[in-house]
Design a protein around this ligand. Structure first.
Ligand code: SF4
Ligand code: SF4
Length: 376
């Protein structure tokens, strides 16, 4: 089975025996009860099924966990000499400063992983069916405490950031699971190798990792810019900085990424918009151009209003006087989420330019400082 998984392009495949609920079932319930999942109602649904896979597949014997590496190297900085792809004008740059490219979480640089991973898991399930098993598969699509089963199977350990760490791949990989009625020889769990390291906790820009292995999602930039469909609370807007979609800070801080290699999966190749589009370019997207640009991208899932909410927030933090006309147009957008964040961005830029006395001499400001501790 592991050979077939490797042939399918999966980067690791491990097995855990199922003899009871997931290891952190109670902590998960406490997290939900405290409301730390925010608007992610799906996380609170079917808690018993999520806590114990025997509630999903009563005759389950094993959980198979697979890993699919999505790491891609950083693209070169935006070039001020290249024409803007969306026709919003060249991106000005001050001497010594690169034109700003908003940051997009690495997992979203290529195609939507749900489709890619689901296909590979289905192929593996076909083979397991031939062996007489009954299966359920999840590509981040169902109620399963996936990191508990990954840890139980020896596919890395749960880092203090709550992200799964693989000793060879680091943390830029997707997890998928197959619940099966087949009894397969289990793999041995790995020891925790975080030691005294606190880098991920210190790197968090919003203090969302409130203690080792505990994230308050309501403070997390990934939640605020992807999962939440509401206005970004004012207390977090400046801390969003230049993060257009998601946040990789706690992943990027992890020393275990020193072994990370580019993904072998062609579908995860970095798309041109990641390398070439500035926030002002993204601000020109209509419903149609948004759907076209992000076809088969995970970004398409959050839809244009939430994405432009993020774009306005980033421009509020990093924009210059030249961004104001586009933002004033966005302030008249019929969608209140876009309009409100555009007004906020105009206010931020105007105040910053006035403070600097540079309203007629556009320059990119320095990024708002992230305290070394990552806390407010
Ligand atoms: S570093 Fe970013 S992704 Fe990680 S917990 Fe903090 S806000 Fe969330
Ligand atoms: S940054 Fe350090 S503490 Fe955080 S997950 Fe990586 S090794 Fe563990």
């Amino acid at each position: 089975m592991k050979q077939i998984a490797a042939t399918l392009g999966l980067d690791d495949c491990r097995i855990a025996a199922v003899t009871g609920p997931a290891a952190h079932a109670e902590q998960y319930q406490q997290w939900i009860d405290a409301g730390e999942h925010g608007e992610m109602d799906w996380m609170a649904k079917n808690p018993n099924r999520r806590k114990d896979p025997r509630e999903v597949l009563p005759s389950i014997r094993s959980v198979i966990t697979v890993a699919l590496n999505y790491y891609q190297a950083e693209p070169p900085p935006l070039s001020p000499t290249l024409p803007s792809p969306a026709g919003s004008g060249p991106v000005p740059s001050a001497p010594g400063l690169s034109p700003l490219r908003g940051r997009i979480a690495r997992y979203a640089w290529g195609d939507d992983y749900h489709e890619v991973l689901d296909g590979k898991l289905r192929d593996l399930c076909e083979w397991l069916e031939d062996q007489g098993g009954a299966q359920r598969l999840y590509a981040d699509t169902g109620p399963v405490l996936e990191r508990d089963w990954a840890s139980a199977s020896g596919l890395g350990w749960n880092g203090k950031s709550t992200i799964q760490i693989h000793p060879r791949m680091g943390c830029y990989f997707f997890l998928g699971e197959i619940l099966t009625t087949l009894a397969i020889a289990p793999d041995k769990p790995l020891a925790d190798h975080c030691g005294k390291c606190m880098r991920c906790i210190n790197a968090c820009p919003t203090g969302a990792i409130t203690s080792p292995r505990h994230v308050d999602a309501r403070r997390c930039v990934s939640y605020l810019t992807i999962e939440s469909k509401s206005a970004i609370p004012l207390e977090f807007r400046r801390a969003i900085g230049d993060r257009l979609y998601g946040c990789d800070d706690c992943l990027a801080a992890c020393p275990w990424n020193r072994f990370a290699q580019d993904s072998r999966e062609a579908a995860f190749a970095t798309r041109p918009f990641v390398a070439q589009w500035s926030p002002r370019d993204f601000l020109t997207l209509t419903d149609d151009t948004f759907r076209n640009l992000f076809r088969h991208s995970p970004i398409r899932r959050i839809k244009r209003p939430a994405f432009l909410r993020n774009v306005c927030t980033v421009l509020g933090n990093t924009g210059i006087a030249a961004d104001l006309p586009a933002l004033r147009m966005a302030a008249a957008d019929p969608h209140p989420l876009i309009a409100e964040h555009a007004v906020w961005a105009v206010t931020e830029i105007t105040a910053r330019e006035a403070d600097a006395g540079k309203a007629e001499n556009p320059q990119h400001p320095q990024m708002p400082p992230h305290a070394g501790t990552g806390r407010f």
